[in-house]
Design a binder for this molecule. Structure first.
Ligand code: NAD
Ligand code: MG
Length: 336
């Protein structure tokens, strides 16, 4: 990174070394910036950070002396991390950076008034943020400034987005409210919640009508990837181009029967719960209570018959096995 980067003489503390944390830390370092990683000493990812050549210290020590603190731990641990490690140690005039606005927007973290509060959210998982950077490209990022005391908040935010590679692609301005509400809505209504419920309902419909679970799995679940890849590469237009006329006609006449105005009305209810803070209140209460409903609902998803037949079928499709071992799974992560 050229020395005119606003962060060129800044020390950056990256707290958390999971999906986003690792990618940000590596990309920032390769952009010539000074990065220290803050983690619990015996946490699951500190070995990895050390193996990648980083100095790893306790979060509080990383925050002391940092000009920018990137908070890249799971969202639900951030309020305690802020109270214990950040608030007492962050330098006046330093910047506090998030990759998701939940805690600031819903008031779970009330940041000190003498620091910048900024956001850079890559529109992709950490592995892609890293691999695109290594190819000389970047993943588009959205960015926001919530609090600017230094007069440099916007420049710092953009410099950070540049440092992780986002500036090579595209950066889009947003605010904490928009980023938080749209991110939650997407994962609830369409991506995680909507898609998994749609697939389960389709699977149940075929099973209840007497069809074989193996056949149902291929038709309503496995092949979804082909469709989503076409969406991703070329929009609905590309999907329509690659499926048969019969599939297209069925899409036009049956899609709107399934996803009808009632679905959209309930999507609006989901959005309202997000906007008025109902979802955030329920989720923070659920987390504080030790996740009783979360665990029950998760178990129900894991026990769904589609999981059993899916595991059996996937074992016969070796190309689906990941070539590298999966990273240590954290108990909670952002879903989307
Ligand atoms: P993750 O679960 O992959 O990693 C979390 C990291 O934090 C791990 O290194 C873990 O050891 C560490 N950690 C956990 N508790 C800690 C504590 N108390 N103190 C210090 N470190 C602790 O998390 P992630 O998915 O990278 O998410 C990080 C942030 O990025 C979240 O705000 C998330 O909403 C946001 N985000 C994630 C994605 C994504 O694709 N995963 C995309 C955009 C934004
Ligand atoms: Mg579900």
């Amino acid at each position: 990174m050229s020395s005119n980067n606003t962060l060129a003489s800044s020390r950056i503390a990256v707290l958390g070394y999971g999906s986003q944390g690792r990618a940000h830390a590596l990309n920032l370092r390769d952009s010539g910036l000074d990065v220290v990683v803050g983690l619990r000493p015996n946490g699951p990812t500190s070995i990895k950070a050390r193996a990648d050549g980083f100095t790893v210290v306790e979060p509080a020590a990383a925050v002391k002396g940092a000009d920018l603190v990137a908070v890249l731990t799971p969202d639900m641990v951030q309020p305690t991390l802020y109270k214990e490690a950040i608030e007492p140690n962050i330098k006046p005039g330093a910047a506090l950076l998030f990759a998701h606005g939940f805690n600031i927007h819903f008031g779970q973290i009330v940041p000190r008034k003498d620091i910048d509060v900024i956001l850079v959210a890559p529109k992709g998982p950490g592995a892609l943020v890293r691999s695109e950077y290594e190819r000389g490209r970047g993943v588009p990022c959205i960015w926001a400034v919530q609090q600017d005391v230094s007069g440099q908040a916007e420049a710092r935010t953009k410099a950070y987005a540049d440092g992780i590679g986002g500036g090579r692609a595209m950066i889009i301005k947003t605010d904490f409210k928009e980023e938080t509400e749209t991110d939650l809505f997407g994962e609830q209504a369409v991506l995680c919640g909507g898609a998994s419920s749609l697939v389960q309902a389709g699977f149940e419909t075929l099973i209840e009508a007497g069809y074989q679970p193996e056949i149902a799995y291929y038709e309503v679940f496995h092949e979804l990837k082909l469709i989503v890849d076409l969406f991703y590469e070329g929009g609905i237009a590309k999907m329509l181009q690659y499926v048969s006329e019969t599939a297209q006609y069925g899409d036009y006449v049956s899609g709107p029967r399934v996803i009808d105005a009632g679905v959209k009305a309930r999507m609006k209810e989901v959005l309202t719960d997000i906007q008025d803070g109902t979802f955030a209140r329920n989720w923070t209460a659920e987390y504080a209570a030790g996740l009783p409903n979360y665990k029950k609902l998760k178990q129900a998803d894991l026990d769904h018959p589609i999981e059993k037949v899916g595991a059996k079928l996937r074992a016969q499709m070796p190309w689906l096995q990941p070539s590298t071992p999966k990273p240590a799974v954290e108990p909670l992560k952002k879903m989307g």
